[in-house]
Design a protein around this ligand. Structure first.
Ligand code: NAP
Length: 253
């Protein structure tokens, strides 16, 4: 059984990863600003790494503004990898996004690509888990896509979302295994045009906003192609469907 540090272990995915690793007998420790570990400033990092064999990075930037998110993922990843090397950590696992490693122009994805590059070039044994969009992200996608008249405008590009619980299963399993020194793609079982995914979710929740398919609409600041967010052949498909997930997950207040 290993000592595994989960950076971002208080977050949506991180808290589930900590729980799953602990259930399997590992010593899983959540590291986040609220537990005294800040990967941006380096505060608490060296102490947190003591005796750890594996580090899982499921942290996220508090701001999604283009420069802030790039600064977050590059500075925090540099600090983390340096602290891991000093402490003799033998496996760095990071959660990233399906589509970061193919042509696209999404500012948030550029920051994740920079994070991945630092990891792959670090010399540290690693595993990169690329997940599709989380079901839990549904409300946020709607909120950022509202136009002046209150309707939600989304492209018809395909999305193949996955439940956070399934993402955490994949990340925990990867952390408990050997470094793959490569990429693993994971996704949910169904594809939807993005507007249909959000329309179904809002309707189920009784949210009265109208969702419009709009070819000019952007996704997080960029135009995307039909398959930009869709996994390649060979992705591992997890079972939870939207119809199963919705009734079990009322919106978080
Ligand atoms: N949303 C999606 O659809 C999607 C899809 C694929 C991949 N991802 C990736 O999944 C990862 C996890 O996302 P999530 O939704 O679980 O995140 P989240 O719920 O927002 O949690 C973020 C975590 O990061 C921690 N954190 C923030 N600033 C930090 C710092 N300076 N030092 C250390 N920890 C810090 C937070 O700690 P506090 O609790 O103390 O603030 C929290 O534990 C992200 O890397 C994201 O890129 C997301």
């Amino acid at each position: 059984m290993a000592k595994i540090i989960v950076v971002g272990g208080t977050g949506l995915i991180g808290s589930k990863v900590v729980a799953k690793l602990s259930e399997h007998g590992h010593e899983a420790v959540a590291a986040a600003p609220s537990t005294g570990v800040d990967t941006l400033t380096g505060e608490g990092l060296a102490d947190a790494m003591t005796g750890a064999q594996v580090v899982v990075d499921v942290s996220n930037s508090p701001s999604f503004e283009e420069n802030a998110v790039l600064e977050f993922f590059t500075t925090s990843t540099r600090n983390l990898l340096a602290a891991e090397a000093a402490a003799g950590v033998g496996h760095h696992v990071a959660l990233t996004i399906v589509g970061t490693n193919r042509p696209q122009n999404i500012p948030y994805f550029r920051a994740k690509t920079a994070q991945e590059k630092l990891i792959t070039e670090s010399g540290m044994p690693y595993s990169l888990v690329h997940a599709t969009q989380f079901f839990e992200f549904l409300g946020s996608i709607a909120d950022i896509s509202v136009v002046a008249d209150g309707t939600v405008h989304l492209p018809g590009a395909l999305i193949q979302p996955i439940a956070a619980e399934d993402v955490a299963t994949a990340v925990a399993r990867t952390a408990a295994g050997r470094p793959i020194n490569g990429d693993l793609e994971i996704a949910g079982p169904e594809q939807f045009p993005m507007d249909e995914f959000v329309r179904r979710g809002l309707a189920f929740r009784g949210d009265p906003r109208t969702v419009v398919q709009d070819p000019d609409a952007q996704y997080y600041g960029a135009h995307i192609e039909e398959r930009t967010l869709i996994p390649l052949d060979g992705a591992e498909i997890f079972p939870t469907t939207l119809a199963e997930w919705l009734p079990a997950n009322p919106p978080r207040s």
